[in-house]
Each structure stands twice: as C-alpha cells, then as structure tokens.
Design a protein around this ligand. Sequence first.
Ligand code: URA
Ligand code: SF4
Length: 207
Amino acid sequence: MSAAEFIPPGASLPELGEAAKGCRGCDLWENATQTVFGEGPSPASLMLVGEQPGDREDREGSPFVGPAGRVLDEALEAAGVVRDSVYVSNVVKHFKWTPRGKRRIHQKPNAAEIHACVPWLNQELAQVQPKVLVCLGATAAQALLGRTFRVTRHRGEPVESDLAPCVMATVHPSSILRARDDETRRLEMKAFIRDLEIAASHVAEVS
Ligand code: URA
Ligand code: SF4
C-alpha cells in the first residue's frame, strides 16, 4: 500500500492537496482528524520538511502551527527568513498517536508508513522546486537522505542529493522544547537559528 495510487497524474499543487485529503495509502488516516498537507508558496526557494503533524496540526489541518511551530517561527524570524516565503511540509501527512489519559501522545511513524507517504512529498518537491531543502530532525533527514544519516554529526552541512540544488538537515524544533534546562534550550535555539541562517545564505547563492 502506498500514497502513489492516490496521486492524480498531472495534478497541480492545490489539486495534490485536495487529493491527499482522501489518501488511504497506509492506516494512519484512521485515527487522525485530517490530512495535513504542505503549505506555502510554489515555487519557493526554501522548503522545510518535518516528521508528521502533531496534535494541534491534526486539529487545524496546517503544518507547524503547534508548539514546535512556534519555535520554528521564532527561529525563522531570528534568521531573517519570512515564514510566509517558505514552503513547509512533513514526510508523513497524518498524525500518529497513542492515548495517554485524555492526551494524544505523538508516536514516530515507522519505515512502512514513511515509505507509503513519501510520494506526496516527492510531488511537492517537483512542484515547489526549492533551491534549498532543509530536513527538520532525524526522521525527515533519514527518510530523505538515507537511514545512516546522523543529524547530530552533519547538521548545517550541505549534503549530496538530487532532491534540490542544496540539501541540508538540522534538528527538529520540538527537540528544543524538550531541552533539560533553560541554558541548554537557549544554546540549542542559537544553533538552530544558525543552521537556518546557513540555509538562507545558500538560497542567496544558488541561482
Ligand atoms: N512536528 C512536525 O514534524 N511537523 C509538524 O507539522 C508539527 C510538529
Ligand atoms: Fe496517505 Fe500518508 Fe496519510 Fe498514510 S499518512 S494515509 S500515506 S497521507
């Protein structure tokens, strides 16, 4: 099973977003509220890819509008990047969760779910044609750059890839929220902003 069979041939980006609403390419749609497709201008020189929608994104239907999205917004602003100029998406388009009391706890998508969903992202890439593609966190980085890629070792470095003229990875903004103390959080935020500045500088370089 995969999203591929739900992709209408020759579809525009808005048509792809419409079609993704009915995707049944894996089982994740069953427990989610709605498909959360990517959002932003197309073409866009900078594209960011996260893991999957969270609780808030699942309710609102847009990527990175919850707590991790606030960290991302703050970091983009600090890096001098206008969020509305960026195309933002995820490798998996439905929220995977498990109940804990009244809360819905995020669960990592597995390899089969990532494999099933990635055709949507490939379509988005083909339409958006970013100059610079940034993977946010290990799930996105390993899905797009290979299972052996290590964000901790290679964050902020351009990586050889056919996906875009410049491809790199950095941490996921939610990892900053999980920092063990304020000082660690401040330093991690600083490093995240620096990676986004590097991405922005590559946008300026790639013509
Ligand atoms: N985390 C992600 O990876 N993506 C979102 O859209 C929200 C949180
Ligand atoms: Fe389709 Fe992806 Fe949702 Fe699975 S997670 S149903 S492949 S959109």
